[in-house]
Design a binder for this molecule. Sequence first.
Ligand SMILES: Cc1cc2nc3c(=O)[nH]c(=O)nc-3n(C[C@H](O)[C@H](O)[C@H](O)COP(=O)(O)O)c2cc1C
Length: 433
Amino acid sequence: MSLAAKKPLILLGMPSTHAGAWRFPGAAPDFHRNFAHMKWFAQTLERGCFDGLFLPDSLALRAGTPQTLMCSASVATLDPLTLLPALAAVTQHLGLIATASTTYNEPYMLARRLASLDVISQGRAGWNLVTSSNPNEAANFGEKSHLEHSLRYKRAREFFTVMDGLWQSWDADAFCMDSDRGVYVDPDKMHVLDHHDTHFSVRGPLNVARSVQHRPVIVQAGASEAGMQIAAETAEVVFTYQIDMASAQRFYAQMQNRARAAGRHTPLKILPAVLVVLGDTLAEAQEKRATLDALVDDQSSLATLSVALGHDISQYDPAGLLPDIPDSNASKSGRDRVVALAQREQLSILALARRICGYQGLEMVGTADMIAGHMEHWFTQRAADGFNILFSHLPGGVSEFVDHVVPLLQQRGLLRQRYEGQTFRDNLGLATP
Ligand SMILES: Cc1cc2nc3c(=O)[nH]c(=O)nc-3n(C[C@H](O)[C@H](O)[C@H](O)COP(=O)(O)O)c2cc1C
Protein backbone atom coordinates (compact mmCIF):
# COMPACT_ATOMS: atom_id res chain seq x y z
CA MET A 1 0.00 0.00 0.00
CA SER A 2 1.37 3.44 -0.88
CA LEU A 3 1.99 5.92 1.89
CA ALA A 4 -0.69 8.23 0.45
CA ALA A 5 -3.25 5.41 0.75
CA LYS A 6 -2.22 5.04 4.37
CA LYS A 7 -2.81 8.78 4.95
CA PRO A 8 0.61 9.85 6.24
CA LEU A 9 1.08 12.16 9.16
CA ILE A 10 1.23 15.78 8.00
CA LEU A 11 4.17 17.80 9.29
CA LEU A 12 4.56 21.55 9.05
CA GLY A 13 7.36 23.56 10.61
CA MET A 14 7.07 27.14 11.80
CA PRO A 15 9.45 29.64 13.41
CA SER A 16 9.48 29.47 17.20
CA THR A 17 7.09 31.87 18.93
CA HIS A 18 8.33 31.10 22.45
CA ALA A 19 9.62 34.43 23.79
CA GLY A 20 12.67 32.76 25.36
CA ALA A 21 13.72 30.87 22.22
CA TRP A 22 16.06 33.52 20.82
CA ARG A 23 18.07 33.49 24.08
CA PHE A 24 18.36 29.68 24.26
CA PRO A 25 22.00 28.49 24.31
CA GLY A 26 23.09 27.97 20.70
CA ALA A 27 20.08 29.78 19.19
CA ALA A 28 20.55 32.28 16.35
CA PRO A 29 18.78 35.38 17.78
CA ASP A 30 18.06 36.83 14.33
CA PHE A 31 16.85 33.53 12.88
CA HIS A 32 13.45 34.53 11.50
CA ARG A 33 14.52 37.84 9.97
CA ASN A 34 17.71 36.57 8.38
CA PHE A 35 17.24 35.17 4.88
CA ALA A 36 20.23 32.82 5.07
CA HIS A 37 18.75 31.20 8.19
CA MET A 38 15.26 30.96 6.72
CA LYS A 39 16.65 29.39 3.56
CA TRP A 40 18.48 26.80 5.67
CA PHE A 41 15.29 26.24 7.70
CA ALA A 42 13.18 25.55 4.58
CA GLN A 43 15.83 23.23 3.12
CA THR A 44 16.16 21.36 6.42
CA LEU A 45 12.38 20.84 6.61
CA GLU A 46 12.55 19.51 3.06
CA ARG A 47 15.43 17.19 4.01
CA GLY A 48 13.07 15.88 6.72
CA CYS A 49 10.26 15.29 4.17
CA PHE A 50 8.01 17.87 5.87
CA ASP A 51 4.85 18.85 4.01
CA GLY A 52 5.30 22.55 4.51
CA LEU A 53 6.64 25.66 6.15
CA PHE A 54 4.16 27.99 7.86
CA LEU A 55 4.83 31.68 8.39
CA PRO A 56 2.58 33.42 10.94
CA ASP A 57 2.20 37.17 10.59
CA SER A 58 0.99 40.34 12.22
CA LEU A 59 0.82 43.80 10.69
CA ALA A 60 1.90 45.65 13.83
CA LEU A 61 3.97 45.26 16.95
CA ARG A 62 2.20 43.65 19.84
CA ALA A 63 1.02 46.11 22.51
CA GLY A 64 3.54 47.28 25.09
CA THR A 65 6.06 49.99 25.81
CA PRO A 66 9.31 50.18 23.81
CA GLN A 67 11.13 48.76 26.87
CA THR A 68 8.94 45.65 27.03
CA LEU A 69 9.00 45.09 23.29
CA MET A 70 12.79 45.26 23.28
CA CYS A 71 12.81 41.80 24.89
CA SER A 72 10.95 40.07 22.08
CA ALA A 73 12.39 38.70 18.85
CA SER A 74 8.99 39.27 17.22
CA VAL A 75 9.60 43.03 16.90
CA ALA A 76 10.99 42.47 13.42
CA THR A 77 9.94 39.78 10.96
CA LEU A 78 9.88 39.46 7.18
CA ASP A 79 6.75 39.87 5.09
CA PRO A 80 5.61 36.30 4.24
CA LEU A 81 4.64 37.14 0.67
CA THR A 82 8.10 38.55 0.02
CA LEU A 83 10.00 35.80 1.82
CA LEU A 84 8.12 32.77 0.48
CA PRO A 85 8.72 33.36 -3.26
CA ALA A 86 12.44 33.58 -2.44
CA LEU A 87 12.20 30.30 -0.52
CA ALA A 88 10.28 28.76 -3.44
CA ALA A 89 13.38 29.31 -5.56
CA VAL A 90 15.62 27.31 -3.19
CA THR A 91 13.25 24.38 -2.48
CA GLN A 92 11.42 21.89 -4.69
CA HIS A 93 8.75 20.12 -2.69
CA LEU A 94 7.97 22.06 0.46
CA GLY A 95 4.53 23.69 0.78
CA LEU A 96 4.78 27.41 1.59
CA ILE A 97 2.00 28.88 3.73
CA ALA A 98 1.66 32.64 4.04
CA THR A 99 -0.52 34.27 6.67
CA ALA A 100 -2.51 37.19 5.29
CA SER A 101 -5.31 39.18 6.87
CA THR A 102 -8.76 39.66 5.37
CA THR A 103 -9.23 42.73 7.56
CA TYR A 104 -6.29 44.77 6.24
CA ASN A 105 -5.98 43.67 2.60
CA GLU A 106 -7.93 44.01 -0.62
CA PRO A 107 -8.97 40.67 -2.18
CA TYR A 108 -7.76 41.46 -5.70
CA MET A 109 -4.26 42.34 -4.50
CA LEU A 110 -4.01 39.33 -2.24
CA ALA A 111 -5.44 36.91 -4.82
CA ARG A 112 -2.82 38.15 -7.27
CA ARG A 113 0.11 37.87 -4.87
CA LEU A 114 -0.86 34.39 -3.64
CA ALA A 115 -1.54 33.19 -7.19
CA SER A 116 1.90 34.46 -8.18
CA LEU A 117 3.48 32.52 -5.29
CA ASP A 118 1.54 29.45 -6.43
CA VAL A 119 2.83 29.81 -10.00
CA ILE A 120 6.43 30.61 -8.97
CA SER A 121 6.53 27.60 -6.62
CA GLN A 122 4.80 25.33 -9.19
CA GLY A 123 1.79 24.63 -7.00
CA ARG A 124 3.15 24.83 -3.47
CA ALA A 125 1.38 27.89 -2.02
CA GLY A 126 -0.93 27.96 0.99
CA TRP A 127 -2.91 30.81 2.55
CA ASN A 128 -3.56 31.04 6.28
CA LEU A 129 -6.71 33.18 6.25
CA VAL A 130 -6.74 35.30 9.41
CA THR A 131 -9.00 38.13 10.48
CA SER A 132 -6.07 39.62 12.49
CA SER A 133 -5.72 38.74 16.14
CA ASN A 134 -3.52 41.75 17.01
CA PRO A 135 -5.69 44.87 17.59
CA ASN A 136 -2.66 47.16 17.13
CA GLU A 137 -2.91 46.54 13.39
CA ALA A 138 -5.86 48.98 13.16
CA ALA A 139 -3.68 52.04 13.82
CA ASN A 140 -1.44 51.14 10.88
CA PHE A 141 -4.40 51.29 8.49
CA GLY A 142 -6.00 54.58 9.48
CA GLU A 143 -8.44 52.99 11.95
CA LYS A 144 -8.89 53.70 15.65
CA SER A 145 -9.84 50.13 16.45
CA HIS A 146 -10.39 46.72 14.90
CA LEU A 147 -13.61 46.03 13.06
CA GLU A 148 -15.92 44.24 15.52
CA HIS A 149 -15.25 40.44 15.75
CA SER A 150 -18.40 39.24 13.96
CA LEU A 151 -18.03 41.91 11.24
CA ARG A 152 -14.41 40.85 10.72
CA TYR A 153 -15.65 37.34 9.99
CA LYS A 154 -18.46 38.56 7.69
CA ARG A 155 -15.89 40.55 5.72
CA ALA A 156 -13.60 37.50 5.71
CA ARG A 157 -16.35 35.28 4.27
CA GLU A 158 -16.98 37.68 1.41
CA PHE A 159 -13.23 38.21 0.98
CA PHE A 160 -12.78 34.46 0.50
CA THR A 161 -15.63 34.30 -2.03
CA VAL A 162 -13.93 37.00 -4.10
CA MET A 163 -10.50 35.36 -3.87
CA ASP A 164 -11.88 31.97 -4.83
CA GLY A 165 -13.76 33.50 -7.76
CA LEU A 166 -10.67 35.34 -8.98
CA TRP A 167 -8.64 32.13 -8.80
CA GLN A 168 -11.14 30.63 -11.27
CA SER A 169 -10.55 33.39 -13.82
CA TRP A 170 -8.85 31.05 -16.29
CA ASP A 171 -9.43 27.45 -17.32
CA ALA A 172 -6.33 25.30 -17.08
CA ASP A 173 -5.94 25.25 -20.87
CA ALA A 174 -6.87 28.91 -21.51
CA PHE A 175 -3.36 29.95 -22.56
CA CYS A 176 -3.14 28.29 -25.96
CA MET A 177 -0.19 30.49 -27.10
CA ASP A 178 -0.75 29.54 -30.74
CA SER A 179 1.95 31.49 -32.56
CA ASP A 180 0.77 30.34 -36.02
CA ARG A 181 -2.66 31.88 -35.46
CA GLY A 182 -1.31 34.71 -33.29
CA VAL A 183 -3.69 33.75 -30.46
CA TYR A 184 -2.21 33.89 -26.98
CA VAL A 185 -5.27 33.14 -24.89
CA ASP A 186 -8.72 31.74 -25.62
CA PRO A 187 -11.28 34.32 -24.43
CA ASP A 188 -13.94 31.60 -24.04
CA LYS A 189 -11.80 30.11 -21.30
CA MET A 190 -11.70 33.35 -19.32
CA HIS A 191 -14.26 34.02 -16.56
CA VAL A 192 -15.14 37.52 -15.41
CA LEU A 193 -16.15 37.49 -11.75
CA ASP A 194 -18.19 40.69 -11.54
CA HIS A 195 -18.65 40.51 -7.78
CA HIS A 196 -20.69 43.26 -6.07
CA ASP A 197 -21.78 42.81 -2.47
CA THR A 198 -21.55 44.37 1.01
CA HIS A 199 -17.79 44.80 1.35
CA PHE A 200 -16.30 44.45 -2.12
CA SER A 201 -16.87 45.30 -5.74
CA VAL A 202 -14.40 43.39 -7.89
CA ARG A 203 -14.75 42.91 -11.61
CA GLY A 204 -11.88 40.56 -12.43
CA PRO A 205 -10.57 38.51 -14.08
CA LEU A 206 -7.25 38.02 -12.34
CA ASN A 207 -4.22 38.82 -14.48
CA VAL A 208 -2.29 35.78 -13.24
CA ALA A 209 -2.76 32.36 -14.86
CA ARG A 210 -4.02 29.32 -12.96
CA SER A 211 -1.34 27.32 -11.13
CA VAL A 212 -0.86 23.57 -11.43
CA GLN A 213 -2.71 23.02 -8.14
CA HIS A 214 -5.48 25.43 -9.32
CA ARG A 215 -5.41 27.63 -6.21
CA PRO A 216 -3.40 27.88 -2.97
CA VAL A 217 -4.29 25.46 -0.15
CA ILE A 218 -6.64 27.24 2.25
CA VAL A 219 -5.71 27.19 5.93
CA GLN A 220 -7.74 28.64 8.81
CA ALA A 221 -7.39 28.68 12.59
CA GLY A 222 -10.62 30.17 13.88
CA ALA A 223 -11.66 28.86 17.28
CA SER A 224 -14.68 31.04 18.09
CA GLU A 225 -18.12 30.10 16.71
CA ALA A 226 -17.64 32.41 13.72
CA GLY A 227 -14.05 31.24 13.30
CA MET A 228 -14.91 27.53 13.28
CA GLN A 229 -17.77 28.14 10.85
CA ILE A 230 -15.60 29.92 8.29
CA ALA A 231 -13.02 27.14 8.65
CA ALA A 232 -15.72 24.52 8.04
CA GLU A 233 -16.94 26.35 4.93
CA THR A 234 -13.64 27.34 3.36
CA ALA A 235 -10.55 25.66 4.84
CA GLU A 236 -8.75 22.54 3.68
CA VAL A 237 -6.31 22.60 6.62
CA VAL A 238 -7.24 23.75 10.14
CA PHE A 239 -4.68 24.95 12.68
CA THR A 240 -5.67 24.68 16.31
CA TYR A 241 -4.37 25.08 19.84
CA GLN A 242 -5.19 21.96 21.86
CA ILE A 243 -3.84 20.81 25.20
CA ASP A 244 -5.18 17.34 25.91
CA MET A 245 -6.18 14.46 23.67
CA ALA A 246 -9.85 14.28 24.76
CA SER A 247 -10.60 17.88 23.81
CA ALA A 248 -8.54 17.54 20.61
CA GLN A 249 -10.63 14.48 19.62
CA ARG A 250 -13.83 16.43 20.30
CA PHE A 251 -12.57 19.37 18.23
CA TYR A 252 -11.53 17.00 15.43
CA ALA A 253 -14.94 15.33 15.25
CA GLN A 254 -16.79 18.60 15.60
CA MET A 255 -14.88 20.26 12.75
CA GLN A 256 -15.42 17.29 10.41
CA ASN A 257 -19.16 17.33 11.23
CA ARG A 258 -19.35 21.07 10.63
CA ALA A 259 -17.56 20.70 7.30
CA ARG A 260 -19.95 17.93 6.21
CA ALA A 261 -22.94 20.05 7.27
CA ALA A 262 -21.50 22.90 5.17
CA GLY A 263 -21.56 20.59 2.12
CA ARG A 264 -17.85 19.78 2.06
CA HIS A 265 -16.97 16.36 0.69
CA THR A 266 -13.26 16.05 1.54
CA PRO A 267 -12.38 15.76 5.25
CA LEU A 268 -10.43 18.69 6.69
CA LYS A 269 -6.82 18.18 7.76
CA ILE A 270 -6.64 19.15 11.42
CA LEU A 271 -3.22 20.17 12.72
CA PRO A 272 -2.69 21.13 16.37
CA ALA A 273 0.33 23.33 17.07
CA VAL A 274 2.93 21.51 19.20
CA LEU A 275 6.10 22.69 20.88
CA VAL A 276 8.71 19.93 20.58
CA VAL A 277 11.59 19.80 23.05
CA LEU A 278 13.96 16.92 22.48
CA GLY A 279 16.60 15.40 24.76
CA ASP A 280 18.72 12.24 24.95
CA THR A 281 16.77 11.48 28.13
CA LEU A 282 13.43 12.70 29.47
CA ALA A 283 15.25 14.56 32.25
CA GLU A 284 17.45 16.39 29.76
CA ALA A 285 14.42 17.40 27.66
CA GLN A 286 12.58 18.62 30.76
CA GLU A 287 15.60 20.65 31.78
CA LYS A 288 15.70 22.26 28.32
CA ARG A 289 12.00 23.07 28.61
CA ALA A 290 12.56 24.76 31.99
CA THR A 291 15.53 26.71 30.60
CA LEU A 292 13.32 28.02 27.82
CA ASP A 293 10.71 29.39 30.24
CA ALA A 294 13.34 30.93 32.52
CA LEU A 295 14.51 33.06 29.58
CA VAL A 296 11.18 34.90 29.21
CA ASP A 297 11.34 38.55 30.31
CA ASP A 298 8.71 39.57 32.92
CA GLN A 299 7.82 43.01 31.50
CA SER A 300 7.53 41.66 28.00
CA SER A 301 5.30 38.83 29.16
CA LEU A 302 2.96 41.21 31.04
CA ALA A 303 2.56 43.28 27.85
CA THR A 304 1.80 40.11 25.89
CA LEU A 305 -0.86 39.13 28.43
CA SER A 306 -2.57 42.53 27.94
CA VAL A 307 -2.79 41.82 24.21
CA ALA A 308 -4.10 38.29 24.74
CA LEU A 309 -6.83 39.60 27.05
CA GLY A 310 -7.61 42.69 24.96
CA HIS A 311 -7.35 44.61 28.24
CA ASP A 312 -4.49 46.62 29.84
CA ILE A 313 -3.46 44.69 32.95
CA SER A 314 -0.55 47.01 33.92
CA GLN A 315 -2.91 48.67 36.45
CA TYR A 316 -3.07 45.47 38.56
CA ASP A 317 -0.60 43.96 41.05
CA PRO A 318 1.34 41.25 39.12
CA ALA A 319 1.46 39.13 42.29
CA GLY A 320 -2.34 39.15 42.59
CA LEU A 321 -4.96 36.98 40.90
CA LEU A 322 -6.55 38.03 37.63
CA PRO A 323 -9.69 40.15 38.31
CA ASP A 324 -12.81 39.88 36.13
CA ILE A 325 -11.73 41.02 32.68
CA PRO A 326 -14.36 42.66 30.44
CA ASP A 327 -15.10 41.11 27.07
CA SER A 328 -13.13 42.71 24.26
CA ASN A 329 -12.93 42.96 20.51
CA ALA A 330 -9.72 40.91 20.35
CA SER A 331 -9.64 37.17 19.60
CA LYS A 332 -12.48 35.75 21.69
CA SER A 333 -11.33 32.18 21.94
CA GLY A 334 -7.79 33.31 22.80
CA ARG A 335 -9.07 35.49 25.62
CA ASP A 336 -11.34 32.75 26.98
CA ARG A 337 -8.46 30.26 26.96
CA VAL A 338 -6.26 32.61 28.98
CA VAL A 339 -9.00 33.36 31.53
CA ALA A 340 -9.77 29.64 31.87
CA LEU A 341 -6.09 28.82 32.46
CA ALA A 342 -5.81 31.51 35.16
CA GLN A 343 -8.90 30.21 36.94
CA ARG A 344 -8.05 26.52 36.57
CA GLU A 345 -4.56 26.85 38.00
CA GLN A 346 -5.21 29.90 40.21
CA LEU A 347 -2.16 31.62 38.70
CA SER A 348 -0.94 35.07 39.72
CA ILE A 349 -0.97 37.64 36.92
CA LEU A 350 2.81 37.33 36.49
CA ALA A 351 2.76 33.52 36.46
CA LEU A 352 -0.04 33.62 33.90
CA ALA A 353 1.87 36.15 31.79
CA ARG A 354 4.97 33.93 31.76
CA ARG A 355 2.90 30.99 30.55
CA ILE A 356 1.20 33.02 27.81
CA CYS A 357 4.40 34.64 26.60
CA GLY A 358 6.28 31.36 26.65
CA TYR A 359 4.02 28.70 25.26
CA GLN A 360 0.66 27.50 26.53
CA GLY A 361 -0.45 24.92 23.97
CA LEU A 362 0.31 21.25 23.37
CA GLU A 363 3.90 20.26 24.04
CA MET A 364 5.87 17.07 23.52
CA VAL A 365 8.93 16.97 25.73
CA GLY A 366 11.12 13.86 25.77
CA THR A 367 13.35 11.54 23.77
CA ALA A 368 12.94 11.05 20.01
CA ASP A 369 11.24 7.72 20.62
CA MET A 370 8.76 9.23 23.07
CA ILE A 371 7.92 12.08 20.70
CA ALA A 372 7.41 9.75 17.71
CA GLY A 373 5.17 7.62 19.97
CA HIS A 374 3.09 10.63 21.11
CA MET A 375 2.63 11.76 17.51
CA GLU A 376 1.52 8.31 16.40
CA HIS A 377 -0.90 8.06 19.32
CA TRP A 378 -2.56 11.43 18.54
CA PHE A 379 -2.73 10.47 14.87
CA THR A 380 -4.22 7.01 15.29
CA GLN A 381 -6.68 8.17 17.96
CA ARG A 382 -8.13 10.75 15.51
CA ALA A 383 -7.04 13.74 17.53
CA ALA A 384 -4.85 15.10 14.70
CA ASP A 385 -3.94 14.54 11.05
CA GLY A 386 -0.50 15.87 11.81
CA PHE A 387 1.21 18.75 13.55
CA ASN A 388 2.29 22.31 13.10
CA ILE A 389 5.62 22.12 14.91
CA LEU A 390 7.34 24.85 16.89
CA PHE A 391 10.91 23.93 17.76
CA SER A 392 12.50 24.66 21.12
CA HIS A 393 15.08 26.89 19.44
CA LEU A 394 16.55 27.45 15.98
CA PRO A 395 18.63 26.20 14.29
CA GLY A 396 19.33 23.37 16.79
CA GLY A 397 15.73 22.28 17.44
CA VAL A 398 14.87 21.54 13.82
CA SER A 399 18.08 19.61 13.02
CA GLU A 400 17.56 17.46 16.13
CA PHE A 401 14.01 16.71 15.01
CA VAL A 402 14.96 15.89 11.41
CA ASP A 403 17.94 13.74 12.45
CA HIS A 404 16.30 11.84 15.31
CA VAL A 405 12.47 11.94 15.16
CA VAL A 406 11.92 11.87 11.38
CA PRO A 407 13.69 8.46 10.87
CA LEU A 408 11.52 6.95 13.63
CA LEU A 409 8.33 8.30 12.05
CA GLN A 410 9.50 6.85 8.72
CA GLN A 411 10.23 3.47 10.33
CA ARG A 412 6.72 3.48 11.79
CA GLY A 413 5.31 4.03 8.27
CA LEU A 414 3.92 7.42 9.26
CA LEU A 415 6.05 9.67 7.12
CA ARG A 416 7.18 9.52 3.49
CA GLN A 417 10.80 8.59 2.66
CA ARG A 418 10.64 10.84 -0.39
CA TYR A 419 8.08 13.17 -1.91
CA GLU A 420 5.62 11.47 -4.23
CA GLY A 421 3.21 14.27 -5.17
CA GLN A 422 3.98 17.19 -7.42
CA THR A 423 2.04 19.91 -5.59
CA PHE A 424 1.40 20.89 -1.97
CA ARG A 425 -2.20 19.71 -2.38
CA ASP A 426 -1.00 16.32 -3.72
CA ASN A 427 1.37 15.86 -0.79
CA LEU A 428 -1.38 16.70 1.70
CA GLY A 429 -3.71 14.17 0.03
CA LEU A 430 -6.27 16.87 -0.80
CA ALA A 431 -8.56 16.81 -3.80
CA THR A 432 -8.20 19.45 -6.51
CA PRO A 433 -10.95 22.05 -5.97
C1 LIG B 1 -1.24 27.71 14.88
C2 LIG B 1 -1.95 29.03 14.80
C3 LIG B 1 -1.34 30.09 14.11
C4 LIG B 1 -1.96 31.32 14.04
N1 LIG B 1 -1.33 32.33 13.34
C5 LIG B 1 -1.89 33.56 13.29
C6 LIG B 1 -1.23 34.62 12.61
O1 LIG B 1 -0.15 34.44 12.06
N2 LIG B 1 -1.82 35.85 12.59
C7 LIG B 1 -3.03 36.08 13.19
O2 LIG B 1 -3.53 37.21 13.14
N3 LIG B 1 -3.69 35.08 13.85
C8 LIG B 1 -3.14 33.84 13.91
N4 LIG B 1 -3.77 32.84 14.58
C9 LIG B 1 -5.03 33.15 15.26
C10 LIG B 1 -6.24 32.68 14.50
O3 LIG B 1 -6.30 33.22 13.21
C11 LIG B 1 -7.51 33.04 15.26
O4 LIG B 1 -7.68 34.44 15.32
C12 LIG B 1 -7.45 32.51 16.65
O5 LIG B 1 -7.26 31.12 16.60
C13 LIG B 1 -8.68 32.86 17.44
O6 LIG B 1 -9.84 32.48 16.80
P1 LIG B 1 -11.07 33.47 16.66
O7 LIG B 1 -10.59 34.62 15.81
O8 LIG B 1 -12.10 32.61 15.98
O9 LIG B 1 -11.45 33.89 18.03
C14 LIG B 1 -3.20 31.56 14.67
C15 LIG B 1 -3.80 30.50 15.37
C16 LIG B 1 -3.20 29.24 15.43
C17 LIG B 1 -3.90 28.12 16.17
